[in-house]
Design a protein around this ligand. Structure first.
Ligand SMILES: [Zn+2]
Ligand SMILES: [Zn+2]
Length: 416
């Protein structure tokens, strides 16, 4: 069933409200804060554990360069205990061998006969069918996943849906499928989905999608399935592009329809990985609680300009800014972050400009990003001008290895 926007969201989306929010703007009298919607509300920071999650990994089963077991062992060794192998549904295995980038003997023999019913749209799952140990033997959570590739890339989790290559971007019966059809197919299988790396859809690679296109996807598709967007992927030079898009969506959708931000490194080659990942805060390390956290935003994400070689036994790791606890006071007016290893905590709310990029078809100019409204450990919402319907925090540090950032998910702000 399609998700229906509230009247306020409808007015915002259609422009009828001209983006004059029912909240205070510049120079206006502030309204009282009614509530802060806290994605970490269920977290007991004393007892819950932080679990590194790699949610976007490629292997020889599509266009990656290594066997699944090498990828899984490499990330496991680097401290990850939640993983999704998200090979492209669209590609047959060993694409890099076919392209001549790897020798014949590097080819994966998997999947073995009989091929999965939905080959080549199948996910790389169960791992034991692809030469790896299964997640319980590795003391971790594995998530069945596919990168749905024929249209705007979409990562799907907790289900095995894939698009059929023989039929183009279509279902098994040859019916063409567009993004909403694809997300609906994931939803029917009780899966979760996120839109991947929007900057890839900018020139010269693809035709860039207008802002309205993204707005429509989150309006049309249920937040029970389309839970978020990749905000940090592998393109450092483009990171403000995806961050700006996220802010442009949050200012239109929060607090009623959250869009969670995900960090992934979209790894294709283990020794050319980038450090970008998500961290789930869980009462127990199970598929059920990982799924719950993914759906409710109970995680944060990290991104560094530092590159990491996961083929090394002891890769050159960096200490990311660490979140130890987040407290929202009972009156709903302050948010406080306790952390370590940061130089600065920046609080970011709505972008000043909500104008679309006019020449989006030819430009990869980023969408205007959210505005920093405060620095420091504690944010007092009532005392901080210009906060609108959401605020998010970034913990930042720079050192000789680069810049390292940890992002919270957005806190929704309801005004009285
Ligand atoms: Zn992709
Ligand atoms: Zn990918």
């Amino acid at each position: 069933m399609a998700w229906k926007p509230t009247r306020r969201e409808f007015l915002l989306i259609t422009g009828a409200a001209s983006l004059t929010f029912p909240f205070s703007g510049r120079g206006e009298e502030r309204q009282a804060v009614k509530a802060i919607v806290n994605p970490y509300e269920a977290v007991d920071w004393e007892t819950f554990k932080h679990h590194k999650a790699a949610l976007h990994l490629h292997t020889l089963q599509s266009d990656g360069f290594q066997m699944p077991d090498r990828v899984i062992r490499g990330y496991r060794r680097a401290g990850y205990d939640i993983m999704a192998i998200s090979d492209h549904d669209f590609f047959e295995p060993n694409r890099q061998v076919v392209a001549g980038n790897l020798p014949e003997e590097a080819a994966s023999p998997y999947p073995e006969e009989p091929l999965p019913d939905n080959y080549p749209a199948n996910p790389t799952w169960p791992w034991s069918d692809y030469g790896s140990e299964d997640p319980p033997a590795l003391d971790m959570v594995g998530i069945v996943s596919n990168e749905l590739t024929g249209r705007h890339h979409i990562n799907s989790y907790f289900n095995d849906f894939g698009l059929w290559k023989e039929n183009g971007t279509a279902d098994a019966d040859g019916n063409p499928m567009w993004e909403d059809d694809i997300i609906e197919a994931v939803r029917e299988r009780n899966g979760l989905a996120i839109l991947d790396h929007p900057w890839w859809s900018s020139p010269p690679t693809w035709e860039r999608r207008p802002l309205d296109w993204y707005i429509e996807r989150y309006l049309t598709n249920s937040p029970d399935c389309l839970v978020g967007i990749e905000v940090t992927n592998c393109g450092a030079q483009h990171e403000s592009y995806d961050e700006g898009l996220w802010d442009q969506l949050l200012v239109r959708f929060m607090p009623n329809r959250p869009i969670w931000g995900f960090g992934t490194d979209d790894m294709h080659h283990l020794d050319r990985a980038r450090e970008s990942y998500s961290v789930f805060v869980l009462p127990e390390l199970t598929n059920t609680s990982a799924r719950q956290a993914m759906a409710t935003g109970q995680f944060y994400f990290c991104k560094s300009s530092h590159h990491l070689d996961y083929t090394q036994e002891d890769p050159d790791r960096i200490a990311f800014p660490r979140i130890e606890a987040i407290e929202v006071d009972d009156a709903g007016e302050t948010i406080q972050i306790h952390g370590q290893d940061y130089d600065q905590i920046a609080w970011i709310s709505a972008p000043v400009s909500l104008e679309p990029v006019d020449d989006y078809q030819t430009s990869d100019e980023p969408w205007p990003q959210g505005e920093v409204v405060h620095f420091g450990e504690t944010l007092n919402i009532r005392d901080t001008p210009y906060i609108r319907n959401y605020v998010r925090a970034e913990l930042r540090r720079s050192d000789d290895k680069g810049t390292h950032r940890t992002f919270t998910n957005p806190f929704g702000i309801e005004m009285a």
